[in-house]
Write a protein that binds this ligand. Structure first.
Ligand code: GDD
Ligand code: MN
Length: 380
């Protein structure tokens, strides 16, 4: 991150910023392979915006030469432009926007897409509305009266957009009361009400992240018509949909409680191999039920490790795979020291069935193992 950045800070000139200045507005444009869109975008921004007091900040993760195309358009260009190119563009669209916000020097920070689905001519209206109504955040809305989703490719995308908006509005009833289009990628925020340190963007929905975590004071909306893409293709994928659900879960219930939930689900899924192996060994072999419970446990711990390690802690690994597995395996089977005597007590002492007894002892150990995993195996 931060390698290979090129900066064009004065109209048509590449160089280093003279000194910190405050501008009226910074337009942040995330770009990922938009070389056929940026010339038209720049032209329309220059026609729509005041040239003094404005800067345009591209945060670019492209591999198609978009920064070079921008640079080529800058000769004689009347507005200051910064291109922040990231070699290892991490954090996707949301991460790019936050990085742009950190560089920006405007009193107002406007975020818009590069593909002209957001008409550049609407930008002055956003800021005017913010000033007029004393707002901290102005949302460009497709769903406010006078706006439309015309440029959404087809009925299916419209349905997904409507459905996810409804879901989000139900989940965040209080903070989204006055926002008809929380999934919008077009908005303007007063820099003074921005706290980028509190943002943990994941994927596309940076506005939602901002509203929920920064809680801007007054929010107003400006309707606009969502246009068709000027050139190229949407960068949104099915993986982006999954990321969106993760983002929602993280925003709504927080990462720690989310992990507790996932850990519990994975643990419960381990009951299946555990009970199945125990049942098979006690039904079809002469093995004593305590020995069978040990074998069943080892197999279930292997199952749990595979799921926990890949689904839950993939981004929190601090040790090599052998180390993670041996620790997980040791801890996962350590409870046998308590579970087997307990099982013997339940089955031989209290004449409980083997499977029922096994289940009871397993439930008791789940809670204990989650705590150990969080604190001792991983650092999450
Ligand atoms: N730097 C960077 N890094 N930019 C990215 C990345 C990335 O990983 N992914 C996408 N972008 C840029 C694109 O180049 C484009 O300028 C903008 O983000 C939006 O990407 P699109 O691929 O055009 O998204 P979309 O049209 O499907 O979605 C847009 O509209 C939705 C509403 O329907 C976005 O504005 C969404 O945020 C919005 O919800
Ligand atoms: Mn788009």
């Amino acid at each position: 991150r931060g390698h290979g950045r090129t900066r064009a800070v004065l109209p048509g000139q590449i160089g280093v910023l003279p000194s910190p200045v405050t501008l009226r507005q910074s337009i942040i444009v995330p770009t990922y392979n938009e070389r056929d869109n940026v010339p038209a975008l720049l032209e329309r921004l220059a026609a729509a915006l005041p040239h003094e007091d404005t800067e345009i900040v591209f945060v670019d993760d492209s591999t198609d030469g978009t920064p070079e195309v921008i640079a080529a358009s800058l000769a004689g260009f009347p507005i200051a432009v910064t291109v922040h190119h990231r070699e290892q563009g991490e954090g996707g669209l949301g991460g790019a926007v936050v990085e742009g916000m950190r560089i920006a020097r405007g009193e107002w920070i406007v975020v818009m897409d590069a593909d002209l689905q957001h008409p550049p001519e609407i930008v002055p209206d956003l800021i005017a509305a913010g000033l007029r109504d004393g707002a901290d955040l102005v949302v460009g809305s497709r769903y406010a009266r006078g706006g439309d989703t015309g440029g959404l490719a087809d009925g299916y995308r419209k349905l997904v957009s409507r459905g996810s908006t409804l879901l989000v509005k139900t989940l965040f009833r209080n903070s989204l009361l006055s926002v008809s289009d929380p999934m919008s990628g077009l908005f303007a925020i007063r820099a003074s009400s921005l706290d980028t340190g509190r943002l943990r963007p994941l994927g596309y929905k940076i506005l939602l992240e901002l509203i929920v975590r920064n809680r801007p004071g007054r929010i107003v909306e400006v309707p606009y018509g969502f246009q068709a893409r000027h050139a190229g293709e949407s960068k949104s994928t099915a993986a982006e949909g999954i990321r969106f659900l993760k983002h929602l879960a993280g925003l709504r219930i927080g990462p720690a409680r989310l992990r507790l939930l996932a850990f519990a689900l994975i643990g419960v899924s381990g009951l299946l191999p555990n009970q199945a192996v125990l049942w098979a060994l006690t039904s079809f072999t002469e093995m004593h039920y305590t020995a069978a419970a040990v074998v069943a446990n080892m197999i279930a711990v292997g199952w749990n490790f595979a799921l926990t390690d890949t689904l839950l802690y993939r981004n929190h690994r601090r040790r090599g795979p052998a180390s993670r597995f041996s620790r997980f395996f040791l801890v996962g089977n350590a409870d046998l020291l308590l579970r087997i005597p307990l099982l013997a007590l339940l089955v031989s002492g209290l004449s409980l069935g083997v499977l029922a007894g096994n289940l009871l002892t397993l439930l008791a150990s789940f809670v204990v193992r989650f705590l150990i995993s969080e604190k001792l195996i991983y650092r999450a």
